[in-house]
Design a protein around this ligand. Structure first.
Ligand SMILES: NC(=O)c1ccc[n+]([C@@H]2O[C@H](COP(=O)([O-])OP(=O)(O)OC[C@H]3O[C@@H](n4cnc5c(N)ncnc54)[C@H](OP(=O)(O)O)[C@@H]3O)[C@@H](O)[C@H]2O)c1
Length: 336
């Protein structure tokens, strides 16, 4: 079968199209015929910085059809359409290959009618967004319709992949959603995703705008740039607010101490790989439910334009993500 692999860290040039044996699913695993692979920033960062132990196939996320199961996995799973998460985390089998294997729980049934494109785009962005939205004091621990009703969620960077998922999931869960963006085109994407209010942080006084929309403040912030936005977040946070940050725009950030104390703020980091498995399973179930309900979508109409590459151009797909492609970068594995 065709596979993209790398055997040493480096730039996109280390990605090589090779012929590899079709992997066999081990105990507790399923084998998936990959239709679509998706690229996230973590994929090029791992390629650059996490030493592979042999032939490493990149890309955590993807979607396809289960074609074989290992010992202990019900045979009925064969033929199931699935979306995948963490395929390549501490494993050599990412999704940039025609067949991959994953532990059974990391191949989640894709609801009827949901495309492989949508499924491939779920993993990292949607599970990260779900985690950020479920870390507040008192829960909820799992999103569902109404779970966030009465709450105000601020999504920083609503045109980003995680931001897009956070807007859609928060909206599905009943929150009032505000998003910041850097310009009009991104504002249109955040609006298409479902944000009730969009604030241009370059052209507007974001704190004043947000306080004007919600005088009592924001309950949850899904933060992509904790360094740049620490002051803004402290200014707009309601008492007891959670600021869940998932990216490192700077090595350190400075949180204003007294406002954080007075408003009982919680500044909480998250890294999806090390989030407890049980929380990720709750997230996977909620995300699948939102997809089935038509509340979590992909493509331009949902504010997430697709950019497609064939398997042999995986290096260019990695470059596109590293260069800040707006939307979702997908690789057509089956058609390659
Ligand atoms: N911790 C985790 O588990 C985890 C999970 C997923 C992703 N990540 C990390 O999170 C980052 C984003 O991932 P992604 O896939 O969503 O990337 P993406 O699609 O490129 O989105 C990043 C977004 O952040 C916005 N942004 C940057 N600075 C901003 C600021 N000061 N205020 C508001 N928005 C700002 C960008 O827009 P503008 O520049 O136009 O504002 C862009 O829309 C990456 O660094 C990735 O590695 C971490």
């Amino acid at each position: 079968m065709k596979a993209i692999t790398y055997t040493s860290n480096g730039g996109p040039e280390v990605l090589t199209l090779t012929e590899r044996p079709v992997p066999e699913p081990g105990a507790g695993e399923v084998r998936v015929r990959v239709e679509v692979s998706a690229v996230n920033p973590t994929d090029w960062k791992s390629r650059e910085g996490t030493p592979p132990t042999g032939h490493q196939v990149p890309n955590q996320d993807g979607a396809g059809v289960i074609d074989a199961v290992g010992e202990g996995v019900p045979a009925e799973r064969v033929g199931q359409r699935v979306w995948l998460f963490e395929s390549a985390y501490q494993r050599p089998h990412g999704t940039a290959q025609e067949y991959t294997t994953v532990p059974s729980r990391q191949a989640v049934e894709l609801p009827e009618g949901a495309s492989f494109d949508l499924g491939a785009g779920l993993g990292v962005p949607a599970l990260t967004a779900h985690r950020a939205l479920t870390l507040a004091d008192g829960g909820p621990h799992r999103l569902a319709p109404g779970a966030l009703s009465g709450r105000v969620v601020l999504v920083a960077g609503g045109a980003g992949a995680v931001g897009n998922a956070a807007i859609q999931l928060a909206r599905w869960a009943g929150a009032t959603v505000i998003s910041t963006v850097s310009g009009p085109e991104k504002a249109a994407l955040a609006t298409a995703a479902g944000a009730h209010h969009v604030v241009d942080y370059r052209r507007q006084d974001a704190a004043a705008e947000i306080r004007g929309i919600v005088p009592d403040g924001v309950h949850i912030v899904v933060e992509v740039a904790p360094g740049a936005n620490a002051d803004l977040n402290a200014k707009v946070a309601a008492n007891g607010a959670l600021i869940a940050f998932y990216a490192n725009d700077q090595d350190t950030f400075t949180a204003p101490v007294r406002p954080s104390m007075v408003a009982n703020l919680r500044w909480q980091g998250l890294l999806l790989y090390t989030v407890p498995a049980a929380a990720k399973d709750l997230g996977a179930a909620a995300v699948t439910e939102a997809v089935a309900a038509g509340a979590l979508r992909g493509g331009p109409e949902a504010g997430l334009p697709y950019h497609r590459f064939p398997l042999e151009r995986t290096a260019q797909a990695h470059e596109a993500v590293r260069d800040g492609a707006v939307g979702k970068v997908l690789i057509d594995v089956r058609a390659s």
